[in-house]
Write a protein that binds this ligand. Sequence first.
Ligand code: AMP
Ligand code: ZN
Length: 199
Amino acid sequence: MSGKRKNFDSENDDLKKMKTNGHWSNGLLSAMEDPELIVQSNSKLVVIQDKFPKAEFHYLIIPREDIHSLKAVDKSHLELLKYMHNIGERLTQEPRHQSRTFKMGYHAEASMTRLHLHVISDDMNSPCLKTKKHWNSFTTHFLLDSKEVCENLEKYGKIKLLSSEYCKKMMDTPLKCHKCDYIPKTMPDLKKHIMKHLK
Ligand code: AMP
Ligand code: ZN
C-alpha cells in the first residue's frame, strides 16, 4: 500500500467543504502544489498520489498546461498526452510496483478540473472505494484507455468522447468482479470477494 494515505473517510467531507467555497472541482490545482501528494514533477507535468485512492496504488498525472478536460484536447496536445502516457508507464515499472498490473486512462466525464490521467493498480482494494460509481468508473469503458486516446488523437485529430447516455449506462452497469465471473449482490460482498484475487 502507498505510504502517505490518510483521510480515508473524508472525500465527501472534503468535497462538501470545498463546495461551500465554490472551489471543490479545483482541488487538483492545489494538490499539484502539495508536497505531501507530489510524487514527481517537471516543467510539463506533476504526478501526485490520488488523495482518495481507489486501489492500493493510484496516481494522477496532471499537465501544467491549463487544459480543462478531455473536451479541450486537440491534436496540438498529442505530444503532451503521449508524454503523460510514457511517464505513467515508467511509473508503473518502478520497483515498488513490481508484479502489479496497472490501468491508465481518463474518465470519460471527469469531476475534477484540469485534465488528469489516472494510473491505478488493478487490485481495486482501498477503503476509499465505496460506491458502485467508484467501481464502475474504473472497471468499465468509462475509463478511456490512455493508449487508445493517444492513438485516436493521432489518427483522427480528436478524441472519441462518450455520450452522456453511454456514460450513465456505464455507471449503471450491474456490479461484477473485474477478474472473474462473480456477481456480487452488494459493494461489501464485492469488496470481500476481491480479496481472493490479491496475491
Ligand atoms: P475524476 O473523476 O477523473 O475527475 O477523478 C478525480 C480524482 O481526483 C479522484 O480519483 C479523486 O479521488 C481525486 N481527488 C479528489 N480531490 C482530490 C484532491 N484534493 N487531491 C488529490 N486528489 C483528489
Ligand atoms: Zn472475482
